[in-house]
Design a protein around this ligand. Sequence first.
Ligand code: CA
Ligand code: CA
Ligand code: CA
Length: 369
Amino acid sequence: MASIILIACLAILGLIIAIALFLAGGYLWWRHKRSQLQFIEPNEDEESSSYSLRGGSVTTPTKASNTSALAANDGTSKDSANKSISMTDMYLDSNDPSENVGQIHFSLEYDFQNTTLILKVLQGKELPAKDLSGTSDPYVRVTLLPDKKHRLETKIKRRTLNPRWNETFYFEGFPIQKLQSRVLHLHVFDYDRFSRDDSIGEVFLPLCQVDFAGKQSFWKALKPPAKDKCGELLSSLCYHPSNSILTLTLIKARNLKAKDINGKSDPYVKVWLQFGDKRVEKRKTPIFTCTLNPVFNESFSFNVPWEKIRECSLDVMVMDFDNIGRNELIGRILLAGKNGSGASETKHWQDMISKPKQTVVQWHRLKPE
Ligand code: CA
Ligand code: CA
Ligand code: CA
């Protein structure tokens, strides 16, 4: 009898503990959900936030000076007609349109009386996600090419792939002929707080193609950004069959891609010796801070027997050191006798083998991946 009471007591106790655990779990889940909800930003104002860069209602002083400079920069328009043709050729169909990176909606109007172009940047649609969160923080940079110095920007719209900018820009002091020699460049970026903003896509519209008799509205497909240029690397290779020493010297790099917010990178080079697909040995240069043209002058020697020289390769990665987050790849090459990352890499390797004990120096274009 006593044992039955004991078992019943234990069963009730177990049930109470189970209920308590269930309730505690539910509470924690609710807390978690609530904290997630709090991170969702309220909808931003949908109303038109157009501002004039002409009068006193200027948002930021930098933009004001930009505009006055735009207005003051009344250049030559003598050879503008010729220029507009070549510029048109230059900016048309320069990219592969197959990659869909969204669309942009804008309108153009010309105020003949005040020789002013009025651009409204309205909205973007179906932009690609550039952030880990699955969204982007898009804004638009506006220039009238070939003038790249004076640029205007919309506000940043946070966490959206279908932003509504609704901003108006006035370009003063553009007589119609001068205007028709220009190419409107709208470049959509994803704003990033801790790294360089990502390019989402861009549109080039030669203004000689626009009918300024009335207000024109455009939906244009964005073109993916021009394929990244990573920079070039000067290196030398030397192989001594007698003692099986393969020496790679990293001399210098030039025009490296900027990976940091300050428009520079902190380059170093990481090298892997590989046999087939297998990584065998790793070496690194020191870090060169804040430069796009580092001089490494660093040599690495590896032991590679003659019978293995044809199956071995060097994976050379130029990296950007970062204090916050993972270091980023700037560009890389694979130096190998076959299946190198490019023709110049393969030739370099073959020259090294055909000229034993000689140092063969060559420039290589770095690849983005
Ligand atoms: Ca972002
Ligand atoms: Ca960086
Ligand atoms: Ca860095």
